[in-house]
Design a protein around this ligand. Structure first.
Ligand code: SF4
Ligand code: SF4
Length: 351
């Protein structure tokens, strides 16, 4: 993992030379207000953190710091973006990752499967996640009982408003914490896009404003008592604890790879009634996700397409584009859909 602190420097230096538009009081006098955006590459978490910190420092009269940590810097890899806000008389002298956040904002529901996504949330913290209405994922029972849990259909709103989920989620964060001045964050968001994408300013504003109001507060979700523990980063097996001879607990090969967190909201869904088993989808799929089986005895096809193993599918939709019969369609990924429709490629190993 590497960190990018360039934005931190940028935000701080701008705060010294430009007028501040006002000051606001933070919710807790004795500590920084800390936010952790949990995301994957391509969803705009880094930009969201940058906009929030810029608005806080330049427009709200706060001290602020922001940086992001990346995996391999490619679309679909894990991204965490950290924002710390403090009063003007308290300098922020740390750029360590936010481990005990007041708010966690999750850009993609697939990240809920990773316990590290929830780690460190304070018992009076706020957990915001992007998902359409529906059953609450069981993983969220691990949240503190006293934490606030908020769900917003950021992808759905972004699609309707021709915007992106990060604009919606920033709006939800501002709606959940009224001390964050929505108008000032929106100004900072518009400035971010005014030069490069002026056509996006109006759609981002609509998405942001809907994010600030069109969210659900979920009751009775968390079961844990107190603050959540901080994520442990040390490996389960180390120099002193590994069995004699050493082991590789998670071999990094194609079979064990799980690309499901790489999807940005869409899945290819197969209608077998329309499929002519031509194999074009298989030819274009970069990740060998399509599961084939023997055709019926005496049937027309020797091999038939059975479905998709979504464990390996990153949602690029090349298969949908190449399908000549419309048997594969692009569908919004809702909670549990991939698990329900998945046809395993290696059922004996990864059922
Ligand atoms: S391209 Fe379409 S019709 Fe051909 S095998 Fe794939 S899903 Fe079936
Ligand atoms: S969307 Fe289709 S082509 Fe792309 S990875 Fe998934 S199955 Fe393969």
């Amino acid at each position: 993992m590497k960190t990018d602190e360039s934005e931190l420097g940028a935000v701080r230096s701008r705060s010294q030379g430009e007028p501040q538009h006002g000051t606001v009081a933070l919710p807790h006098a004795g500590r920084f207000f800390e936010v952790r955006f949990e995301s994957i590459g391509g969803l705009g978490a880094h930009a969201a953190g940058q906009v929030l910190a810029t608005a806080a420092v330049i427009r709200m009269g706060l001290n602020g710091a922001h940086f992001s940590s990346y995996g391999s810097e490619k679309k679909g890899s894990l991204v965490r973006s950290f924002v710390r806000l403090g009063p003007t008389d308290r300098p922020i002298r740390t750029s360590a990752p936010v481990e005990t956040p007041d708010a966690i904002v999750v850009f993609h529901a697939a990240l809920l499967r990773n316990p590290a996504t929830l780690a460190g949330l304070l018992k009076d913290g706020t957990f915001i996640y992007n998902a359409p209405p529906g059953p609450v994922p069981v993983e969220l029972a691990a949240l503190p009982r006293t934490a606030r849990v908020i769900r917003v259909d950021a992808l759905g709103i972004a699609l309707q408003e021709n915007s992106r989920p990060n604009a919606v989620l920033l709006g939800t964060l501002a709606g959940a914490f009224p001390f964050l001045d929505s108008d000032q964050i929106l100004e900072a968001l518009s400035e971010e896009f005014a030069g490069r994408h002026p056509e996006a300013v109006a759609s981002n504003e609509r998405a942001f404003r809907r994010g600030a109001t069109d969210f659900e507060k979920l009751e009775g979700v968390g079961r844990a008592e107190g603050d959540l523990p901080v994520a442990r980063t040390e490996p389960a097996w180390g120099y002193e604890t590994q069995p004699v001879g050493g082991i590789i607990p998670e071999p990094g090969n194609m079979m064990w790879n799980d690309l499901s967190a790489s999807r940005t909201g869409w899945l290819p869904v197969l209608d077998r009634e329309k499929c002519i088993h031509c194999g074009l989808c298989d030819l274009v799929c970069p990740d060998y996700c399509l599961t084939w089986g023997d055709g019926e005895d005496g049937g027309k096809f020797e091999r038939e397409l059975m479905g998709v193993d979504y464990r390996y599918c990153k949602g690029c939709l090349r298969c949908v584009e190449s399908c000549p019969t419309g048997a594969l369609t692009k569908e919004t990924e809702t909670a549990g859909l991939a698990d329900r429709l998945r046809v395993p490629l290696f059922p004996d190993l990864i059922p």
